[in-house]
Design a protein around this ligand. Structure first.
Ligand SMILES: [Zn+2]
Length: 58
């Protein structure tokens, strides 16, 4: 089960304006041999800059 849902907010500083809230726009699973990670496609809630984050699931 993914802990990351589209439309929710993560706390991560924007690289452009340093605003700390990023909204998840898309989640893409990324399979490794022993675990699954997720690529989070986020958008800054302040300036709209798009970013991606790789997160592991337990
Ligand atoms: Zn920003």
């Amino acid at each position: 089960m993914s802990a990351f849902e589209i439309g929710t907010t993560i706390t991560h500083p924007c690289l452009s304006c340093f605003y700390e809230k990023q909204t998840i726009m898309k989640v893409t699973p990324k399979e490794f041999s022993e675990k699954t990670a997720y690529v989070l496609w986020t958008q800054c809630a302040s300036c709209g800059r798009n970013d991606t984050h790789l997160r592991q699931s337990e």
